[in-house]
Write a protein that binds this ligand. Structure first.
Ligand code: PLP
Length: 388
């Protein structure tokens, strides 16, 4: 008999919400191009503008400041650019500063040459070293162009929340721009671009129950904008050319709307489930290490290490028992490399760690099955250790 599967890998991608699926099916049935002026075109345009309002609502932004892209990675490549414009004038951005724990979409540096990218360390707690950020910005020569800083709000591996408001104050002091990757925060913690003090936010639909392959770049204003990455027709007010992916954008909007409603209450429940998992984990293996448990974390993520168990082996063992979770971050090759996040935190990343990440439809029964499976794997590890 096939084992029933449970999905505990929401930070890799979240299951599509029913509301998103419905919105997508409706949009797929629409014939019009959103740029056309006839009724069919206007109907498609209305779907996009509704989605824009819903995505803006998720992050407390103006709808006019939301640019849809094909992914968060594309939004990152758009905004991490040495080329900005204020009206018709070009504004040079001289150097990019990224935290050491950023997702590869940001760490790759966008359109900056590698020698124009500096890394800002994090402390053992997994939190960005703000003094190091200030020190790096202090030695940046503004004559070389504005400094651009990228710090994520929630880390995808550990779930640790970064002190964005403090980082923003430092960036402002040095006249820089702040880009915040809010991919793992959106729908999980209340978000307001202006309260955060960010100049730009990066979002991805598929982490919050929308479809894969659509994201957004959200700006605080419209005065200073990166030059477009994708040029062509004037879609997205010239910021991102190409006929819009109507169905994907509709699904993104529906997911954003659903995740904005009852956000706080929902996340109290999710956090309780994550804490239940961690209590079970500690009881089954008191030597298990939970990374970031002393820091402020988002409520849906647990990143843990079991001495004597290689993360890859652990992931396969869970998978065979019907439990889908991650060994570190999902990467395109499916291979598990040493976590750059753990390395940046000064942890021994060689054997790796496992990540449980959950969402609104996760149940207590699923968490209990995770704990039972974990206990089984931990016991086997001990037996193997004794036999060795
Ligand atoms: N940023 C973070 C923190 C992520 O977790 C991810 C996805 O793994 C991305 C960016 C990239 O998102 P997308 O898949 O939409 O390109």
């Amino acid at each position: 008999m096939a084992v029933e599967r449970i999905y505990l890998d929401w930070n890799a991608t979240a299951p599509l919400l029913g509301a998103a699926r419905e919105a997508m099916l409706d949009a797929l049935a629409m014939p019009g191009n959103p740029s056309s002026v006839h009724a069919e075109g206007r109907a498609a345009r209305a779907v996009i503008e509704k989605a824009r309002r819903d995505v803006a609502g998720l992050v407390g932004a103006e709808p006019a400041h939301v640019t849809f892209t094909a992914s968060a990675t594309e939004a990152a490549n758009h905004v991490l650019s040495p080329f900005y414009r204020m009206g018709k004038s070009r504004v040079a951005v001289g150097r990019l500063f990224v935290s050491a724990i950023e997702h590869p979409a940001i760490r790759a540096g966008g359109r900056f040459p590698a020698d124009h990218v500096s890394e800002i360390p994090v402390m053992r707690s997994g939190v960005i070293d703000l003094e190091a950020l200030a020190a790096s910005l202090a030695v940046h020569d503004p004559a070389d162009g504005l400094p651009l800083v990228a710090v994520m709000l929630v880390n995808n591996e550990t779930g640790i929340v970064q002190p964005i408001q403090d980082a923003a104050a430092i960036v402002k002091k040095f006249g820089g721009l702040l880009v915040v990757d809010a991919v793992q925060a959106a729908g999980r913690i209340p978000l307001s671009i202006s309260e955060l003090g960010a100049d730009f936010l990066i979002l991805s639909a598929h982490k919050l129950g929308g479809p894969k392959g659509v994201g957004a770049l959200v700006s605080r204003g419209e005065t200073l904008m990166p030059e477009p990455l994708v040029r062509g027709g004037g879609q997205e007010k010239g910021h991102r050319a190409g006929t819009e992916n109507l169905a994907a954008i509709a699904g993104f909007g529906a997911a954003a709307r659903e995740m904005t409603a009852d956000l706080v209450e929902r996340n109290v429940m999710i956090t309780a489930l994550r804490d239940r998992a961690e209590t079970g984990l500690r009881a089954a293996a008191p030597d298990a290490v939970i990374y970031g448990d002393g820091s402020k974390r988002v409520g849906n993520t647990s990143f843990f290490h079991l001495p004597g168990l290689k993360a890859e082996t652990g992931q396969i063992a869970f998978d065979l028992e019907g439990v889908a979770l991650s060994a570190g971050a999902a990467c395109s090759s499916g291979k598990v490399g040493a976590s750059h996040v753990l390395t940046a935190m000064g942890e021994d990343a060689a054997t790796g760690a496992l990540r449980l990440s959950i969402g609104p439809s996760t149940t207590e029964a699923e968490i209990d099955r995770f704990v039972l499976t974990f206990a089984k794997i931990a016991a086997r590890r001990k037996l193997a250790g004794k036999a060795a």
